[in-house]
Design a protein around this ligand. Structure first.
Ligand code: BES
Ligand code: MN
Ligand code: ZN
Length: 496
């Protein structure tokens, strides 16, 4: 999509008129540059009561002079940044062939912030995963949309906000591409190669890959145990953006299971295909790096992706195995389907090497978080109240809800209760499965300082199993991978 921000005036293509229920009329500024006959028709449907600007409604008007879409925004007092973003997305999702690909959106009734959110929503929703579709000559759908966004306010300011949103959207779309990619083509080293190719020619980016043999040497027992049963061996990919910038970097760690069969503790077959999204944590890491790079972020940021394929095989790990992670802590693997936490054990431990300002991990970690929060919010477990607030606020600002969940000592105790190792990889009962998983991860967050000052690095775990895919109420995407939290983390790192 190409967005041009401009003053209200000239109409090109289909005119889009967003309107509030309590101001459902065509004003002088609305009619600026619009053909008289089209204005008359719009006034006619409004005065007839055929269009009342109820939220979510649209009406297309079509005559010899042109086309216009009336878009209802509901009551102005109920209208928020989130609604503006959704309205922008709905322009793309509800667009029909008859509307063509060029639009003039008269955003004069929106505040600057709402107008920016409207454009953001349109950009985000303008996404299709067509990699594997044979080209159909009849389909002209692929044509780029041109959106003329008209404002009565500061054109330069809205234009800058629009450009920033477009840069961030490239990261969201990259994360979705990775999440949607089929697991036969997107395996751990394929991700690594894509990351290296991305880093090429970017002066302020370093991408490095720890391949399987090196991971073994470094004692990454969690990563290696999960990945060893696949022919496509595991690896750890590190993205370093602006490595020479001063200050403690944030470090983002992603779970990257390119396919999760469950391993020897194999999953039931219904919906097993969905386990290709089990690398969405690492997809978000990669997408975030792209968003930060494209928007010109100057600070140092590190991303670590823990890539493995969880397969059943004669050389796969077994339930009952005891592994030694990079931290030196031993883990009794009681269920090979609780594999995400094993790869993250090494990723989280490694993160401390960067002396981070804070660490956030993202993982499609548990089915239990989907039971708890559905597809509506990401679960967050955090060892630092200030960090938790910042994360939650960033999520709210972007319409990507992040909900606090408890990091209770009782859950830690449960996970330390192995008869033969330091930790067990599943809880002793099936209750509170997302909480025990978080409590397990906490054991791999290193501390800093001496004596009484010794403190764990600020850390948060985001369980995105419900928000990374299948989120039907997420209006920013039609189906599949959502690219969740590229925007919230970009916001937190750049604005907060
Ligand atoms: N990748 C799954 C979690 C998952 C489930 C993500 C459904 C998205 C949708 C994870 O590796 C897993 O299998 N977790 C187990 C943990 C259990 C064995 C303790 C689960 O949630 O059942
Ligand atoms: Mn699993
Ligand atoms: Zn998994």
């Amino acid at each position: 999509m190409k967005v041009e921000v401009e003053e209200s005036g000239n109409v090109v293509g289909t005119l889009l008129m967003p309107m509030f229920e309590d101001a459902c009329s065509i004003t002088d500024i609305d009619s600026d540059g619009v053909e008289q006959s089209l204005i008359e028709m719009m006034n006619h449907v409004i005065s007839n009561g055929d269009f009342k600007a109820k939220a979510g409604t649209t009406l297309t008007i079509h005559n010899l002079a042109g086309k216009a879409i009336l878009m209802g925004l509901g009551k102005s007092k109920d209208f928020s940044t989130d609604s503006a973003r959704e309205a922008g997305a709905s322009l793309v999702s509800k667009r029909g062939k008859q509307h063509g690909t060029e639009f003039t959106a008269r955003l004069t009734s929106l505040s600057d912030e709402q107008a920016a959110a409207f454009i953001e929503g349109a950009l985000l929703r303008d996404y299709k995963y067509n990699e594997y579709k044979s080209k159909d000559d009849e389909e002209d759908d692929d044509e780029d949309i041109v959106l003329h966004a008209q404002t009565a306010n500061d054109v330069a300011a809205l234009s800058a906000a629009s450009d920033n949103a477009a840069h961030i959207a490239t990261g969201v779309h990259l994360a979705r591409d990775l999440g949607n990619a089929p697991p036969n083509d997107l395996y751990p080293m394929a991700y690594a190669e894509q990351a290296i190719a991305w880093g090429k020619g970017k002066d302020n980016v370093e991408v490095s890959v720890i391949e399987y043999a090196e991971a073994q040497k470094l004692g990454m027992g969690g990563l290696c145990a999960v990945g060893m049963g696949s022919d496509r061996k595991p690896c750890m990919v590190t993205f370093d953006l602006n490595p020479s910038a001063k200050g403690q970097p944030p470090v983002i760690v992603g779970k990257g299971i390119t396919f999760d069969t469950g391993g020897i503790s194999i999953k039931p077959s219904p919906s097993m295909d969905e386990m290709k999204y089990d690398m969405h944590g690492s997809a978000t890491v990669f997408g975030l790096m792209q968003a930060l790079w494209a928007s010109g972020h100057q600070g140092h940021v590190v991303g670590i992706s823990c890539m493995a394929e969880n397969m059943p095989a004669s050389n796969a790990q077994r339930p009952g195995d005891v592994i030694t992670t990079m931290s030196g802590k031993t883990v009794e693997v009681l269920n090979t389907d609780a594999e995400g936490r094993l790869v993250l054990s090494d990723g989280l431990w490694k993160a401390a090497e960067y002396d981070p300002a804070w660490i956030i991990d993202l993982a499609t970690l548990t089915g239990a978080v989907v039971v708890a929060l559905g597809h509506e919010a990401t679960g967050m477990w955090c060892n630092d109240d200030d960090l938790a607030k910042r994360i939650q606020n960033s999520g709210d600002a972007c319409g990507e809800l992040i909900w606090p969940m408890p990091l209770l000592p009782a859950f830690e105790k449960e996970m330390k209760d192995s008869k033969i190792a330091d930790l067990r990889n599943i809880g002793s009962t099936r209750w509170g499965g997302s909480n025990t998983a978080a409590a397990y991860l906490k054991q791999f967050v290193q501390t800093r300082g001496e004596g009484d000052d010794e403190k764990q690095i600020p850390w948060a775990h985001l369980d995105i199993a419900g928000t990374a895919w299948g989120a039907k109420t997420n209006k920013m995407v039609s189906h599949g991978a959502t690219g969740i939290h590229v925007r919230a983390l970009h916001h937190m790192i750049t604005k907060d």
